[in-house]
Ligand binder design. Structure first.
Ligand code: IMP
Ligand code: MG
Length: 182
């Protein structure tokens, strides 16, 4: 096993565990999207690692596109403000859109994105999120069709997830030591 990064308190999902989850999700999507016009939309930047793995686990013709929204800044708490920093290059009208997200936390980002993308009249619009955080308190109404795994209400990094743009390249998902961000 590789050495644990000194800023990580504990590992929640290791490389092998992540790979098995992605395989399962890819198989579910492959089964459900036969004959459809699938477009995967990843939310930059956190979802790029999951997107790269998930798209290769889906055995269907598909297109990919990216959006960037900002809601966090460099802090560990959601501001509630979501703005589009980079829009899609593709017209999604009449296509089967699947939003690929790294983590559903407050739900503010996905809630906003769902409304925004729905207004462009895709044939269907669903969400695949790798992590679904069991948050204490309020979570905006989002009902992801595909969920990798639930995760505790802690600040996690790795597998695309960052704190202040760091740790995205860790091959596992771990809980960041609180002293790193407080
Ligand atoms: P939400 O809008 O609160 O659901 O959060 C959406 C975005 O916040 C995610 O796509 C992540 O980029 C970021 N985020 C939420 N929780 C975490 C975390 O624990 N670690 C790193 N980023 C997070
Ligand atoms: Mg993200």
């Amino acid at each position: 096993m590789e050495a644990l990064h000194p800023d990580i308190e504990r590992v929640l999902f290791d490389k092998e565990h992540i790979a098995s989850i992605v395989e399962r999700m890819g198989a579910e999507i492959t089964r459900d999207y036969q004959g459809k016009d699938l477009v995967l939309i990843a939310v930059l930047r956190g979802a790029v690692v999951f997107m790269g793995d998930l798209m290769r686990a889906i055995d269907l013709p598909l297109a990919i596109d990216f959006m960037a929204v900002s809601s966090y800044g460099d802090r560990a708490k959601s501001s509630g403000i979501v703005r589009i920093v980079k829009d899609l290059d593709m017209d999604i009208k009449g296509r089967d859109v699947l939003i690929v997200e790294d983590v559903l936390d407050s739900g503010l980002t996905l809630n906003y994105l769902m409304k925004n993308l729905a207004s462009r009249h895709p044939a269907s619009l669903e969400v695949a999120t790798f992590l679904w955080k069991d948050v204490a308190g309020k979570q905006a109404a989002v009902d992801p069709k595909y969920v990798g795994t639930h995760c505790p209400d802690a600040f996690v990094v790795g597998y695309g997830l960052d704190f202040a743009e760091r740790y995205r390249n860790l091959p596992y998902i771990g809980v960041l030591k609180p002293e790193v961000y407080s």
